[in-house]
Design a binder for this molecule. Structure first.
Ligand SMILES: C[S@@+](CC[C@H](N)C(=O)[O-])C[C@H]1O[C@@H](n2cnc3c(N)ncnc32)[C@H](O)[C@@H]1O
Length: 351
């Protein structure tokens, strides 16, 4: 055995465990407002941070020290002060923007909480149903995706489909499948005041939140949400644009659901599929983002599909498998859209 290799791998294991703890500390930073309280304030003493946040001093002190060790905060020993650099605040104290990454921290406890159930499923089969991830699971998903949907979807991503934009400007119809709490539908409703939009999701709590948001924004006359499946819509219902964001890989009956979606597309309509970005070949996926996505897959995406007797497609489908699935479902054209993103892949699928 190569002793040096053992040492290097031991360091790697400590690094990974430190990463898991940093995610937990990051979760606390987002949830308690500590990152927000420190953003743009420069060097702060413990007393100043406690004074603003009104949190318990001993907890805050230990959190600050942990975040210094993790490299999230800078420490000035002489003055005994802590600073959240502006570049870090840009990513962790920027809720609601398209550059906020703190939502990832909120997903960590949601996923690791079910790790014992997932380990059991390795032995006994089955999985963990979507509802078991709870309200904070829905909230974490929303925190991860919301900023990008609200700030990039209509103004940037849809530019790749100019004919669709023209249709929606004139008052087209949109269906968002797997709509979650409705951010995409509401964003499109705001951007296209003449369009009518329907969101579908089997998760009743997500649909409840989406409907409440549409009501609160005064958009409920043009945006509806339902827990029905696409196959339950009337056969005459046709849509110019159908969106499926971060959900095709979750489907328990992917082929049937995609066929139902295809039947609801207008003849010249487009299905816009947004999926986590992964390479087709495992050897091209050896990086942090794919590692994170395989974790998401084992602890959530694959597992909630297997819980329903589905195939468990998993988070990292990649373009080749996605294209093959679309063709099998009867779509004639599958196009990879040239939209820049580190984490998302965009496909235009046509009947
Ligand atoms: C990862 S979440 C994404 C939610 C939202 N589209 C977003 O991007 O934030 C996946 C969603 O797909 C929904 N879903 C799962 N199976 C579905 C199906 N067969 N039809 C429609 N939605 C489904 C889940 O309930 C969940 O809300």
């Amino acid at each position: 055995m190569d002793k040096e290799r053992i040492k290097v791998f031991a360091d790697r294991l400590f690094g990974d465990m430190a990463g898991a703890m940093s995610a937990g500390l990051g979760f606390v930073g987002v949830k308690t407002g500590l990152f927000r309280a420190m953003a743009g304030k420069g060097a702060l003493t413990l007393e100043e941070i406690v004074g603003t946040t009104k949190l318990h001093s001993r907890y805050v002190e230990e959190w600050l020290k942990g975040m210094v060790c993790a490299g999230y905060l800078e420490y000035e020993p002489g003055a005994d002060t802590y600073r959240l650099p502006d570049e870090h605040a840009f990513l962790v104290a920027s809720e609601g923007t398209d550059h906020f990454m703190g939502g990832l921290f909120c997903m960590a406890p949601v996923l690791l909480r079910v790790a014992p159930k997932v380990a059991l499923a390795f032995e006994k089969g089955g999985g963990v149903p979507f509802e078991d991830y709870g309200a904070d699971g829905i909230e974490a998903l929303d925190l991860i995706n919301r900023g990008q949907y609200e700030q990039r979807f209509a103004g940037h991503w849809l530019k790749a489909l100019p004919a669709v934009v023209a249709r929606l400007e004139a008052g087209g119809r949109v269906l968002d499948v797997g709509c979650g709490v409705g951010r995409v539908a509401l964003t499109l409703a705001r951007a296209f005041p003449r369009a009518t939009i329907m969101g579908l999701d089997p998760d009743r709590e997500s649909v409840r939140q989406a409907s409440a948001a549409a009501e609160a924004e005064g958009l409920a006359a043009r945006v509806w949400f339902s827990a029905a499946g696409a196959g339950e819509l009337g056969t005459g219902e046709k849509f110019d644009l159908i969106t499926a964001c971060d959900c095709v890989h979750d489907f328990a009956r992917p082929l049937e659901t995609l066929k139902e979606i295809r039947a609801r597309l207008a003849p010249d309509g487009v299905l816009l599929v947004i999926e986590p970005k992964a390479a087709d070949r495992l050897e091209d996926n050896q990086n942090s983002i794919a590692t994170m996505y395989y974790g998401f897959s084992v602890f959530h995406c694959m597992t909630q599909s297997l819980a329903q007797g589905g195939p468990g497609l998993g988070t990292c489908m990649g373009p080749a498998r996605t294209g093959a699935l679309m063709r099998e479902a009867g779509f004639a054209r599958f196009e990879i859209l040239d939209i820049k993103s580190q984490v998302l892949a965009f496909y235009a699928v046509r009947p």
